[in-house]
Design a protein around this ligand. Structure first.
Ligand code: SAH
Ligand code: SF4
Length: 441
């Protein structure tokens, strides 16, 4: 039987899809080219923002005919399965099964159940199962791999549905993580990206290794070249963790640290647990330890109660910090969340205008940052061939910037120096350096 997985949402979801892919391929299923070629279609869903949810429902509308006319098996997994529970079968009566994010290890069972044409299967419980951390076969030409180190979230930011759909924080045993990484190294993996909703609160509640200790131990593993982690919460960014940057040679000079808003009043309403000054102070400490660290962030505009003054504070913070990149979103109300009961909604047009303005300002900052790398020689780990040209290969700097340059496929997986000739809006253009020079961006 052939399967096809369509994924909506974040890296966490992409990684969950990789896990299901691995479970299915080792369980005797074959990967299909597309939905038409598939016998089983799995849609891995996201409900963090309204837009993702709308996209999912319109995609399901398009799949409906294919499912019914060609008798395919169709199941949904991930956050919408968890959020809607049994209700999803009422809304999408043509689906065969539904698995919440904590139940994706049951994917083969769910399909077998559907093949036998037994009742609709709802596995939307939110329990913990160690095999939720199964090692997937890595993609990306075997160059880099995501490794889940914790799942769930205890923070309950007032706008966010994640704690309701992904459950409470559970950290994975450090020995398990280290074994997985050692196995990945044997397969030739050069870069590991430690993954969790709140990676830096790893093992906060127990005596196993702390997050900085985990990083230090991974740093000591032979043949790992690069370590990254995502996503961090500013309130859990300890001094010890900050000091890992610049000290651990394999830890890349890059952090994704969502600030969400620049007004302390809004941050309070969001239940973020820090003030704008505290956030800015953490950035200063990071830059103190590692002056060329690249910093990216998430932020929300149009949160209930965000007046002009509060939005200006967000813009001030952006101008002050000068992020390398921002994922910015207009607030959308999510079920169950505390913010859904807040008054003072910001009109949609106002929120969208603020978002447009913010993105325009940030675009110029990102471009300026990328241009400042022109003329420098940077270290690039080659990840694959370019989508645009057969003669181009693509990779990333230690600061996580995409670099495209002329090269052959056999460079994939190798670390090489690249001379940056042009900084563009979302990537860098490079060429092989004529003179070797030990200066890295
Ligand atoms: N655990 C991560 C990511 C959470 S979801 C973290 O805490 O940073 C990714 C981003 O989606 C959030 O950082 C936030 O900026 C955005 N987001 C979450 N809920 C939202 C909502 N209701 N409306 C708009 N954006 C939202
Ligand atoms: Fe959501 Fe906040 Fe948890 Fe991130 S930290 S997943 S934004 S509740």
């Amino acid at each position: 039987m052939k399967f096809y997985i369509e994924t909506f949402g974040c890296q966490m979801n992409e990684h969950d899809s990789e896990k299901m892919d691995h479970l299915l391929q080792t369980g005797g299923f074959e990967l299909a080219k597309d939905t038409i070629d598939a016998d089983v279609i799995i849609v891995n869903t996201c409900c963090v923002r309204e837009k993702a949810e709308q996209k999912f429902y319109s995609y399901m509308g398009r799949l409906k005919d294919l499912k019914i006319k060609q008798g395919k098996i169709l199941g949904i997994t991930g956050c919408i399965a968890q959020l809607e529970k049994e209700g999803i079968k009422k809304r999408l009566p043509f689906i065969d099964f539904s698995l919440g994010p904590s139940s994706i290890h049951k994917i083969t069972e769910a399909i077998e159940h559907a093949v036998r044409k037994t009742d609709f299967l709802d596995f939307s419980e939110n329990g913990y199962h160690p095999s939720a951390f199964v090692t997937p076969e890595n993609k990306n030409n075997g160059v880099k791999a995501f490794v889940t180190i914790m799942k769930g979230c205890n923070n309950f930011c007032s706008y966010c549905v994640v704690p309701y759909v992904r459950g409470r924080e559970v950290s994975r045993e450090s020995s398990d993580i280290l074994n997985e990484i050692k196995g990945l190294v044997k397969k030739g993996i050069k870069e590991v990206i430690l993954l969790g909703q709140n990676v830096n609160s790893y093992n906060k509640a127990n005596n196993d290794m702390s997050f900085p200790e985990l990083l230090e131990t991974i740093n000591g593993i032979d043949r790992i070249e690069r370590i990254r982690f995502v996503t961090s919460h500013p309130k859990d960014l300890s001094i010890k963790l900050i000091h890992c940057f610049g000290r651990l040679d394999k830890l890349c000079e890059q952090i994704h640290l969502p600030f969400q808003a620049g007004s302390d009043r809004v941050l309070g309403l969001m239940n973020r647990g820090y003030t704008a000054d505290e956030y800015i102070d953490k950035i200063a400490q990071l830059r103190n330890c590692c002056d060329d660290i690249a910093i990216t962030t998430d932020c929300i505009v149009g949160f209930p109660g965000e007046d002009k003054e509060a939005f200006d504070k967000t813009m001030e913070l952006i101008q002050h910090v000068k992020f390398d990149g921002i994922f910015s979103f207009a607030y959308s109300t999510r079920r169950h969340t505390a913010a859904s009961a807040l008054p003072e909604e910001v009109p949609k047009e106002v929120a969208l205008e603020r978002l447009r303005h913010l993105q325009e300002v940030q675009k110029a900052i990102t471009l300026k940052k990328n241009r400042s790398i022109e003329g420098k020689i940077v270290e690039v780990l080659v990840e694959g061939t370019s989508k645009n040209s057969e003669e181009e290969i693509t990779g990333r700097t230690r600061t996580n910037k995409i670099v495209n340059f002329k090269g052959k496929r056999d460079m994939v997986g190798r670390i090489t120096d690249v001379h940056i000739v042009k900084g563009c809006a979302n990537s860098l253009k490079g060429e092989k350096p004529k003179i070797k020079e030990a200066r890295y961006a």
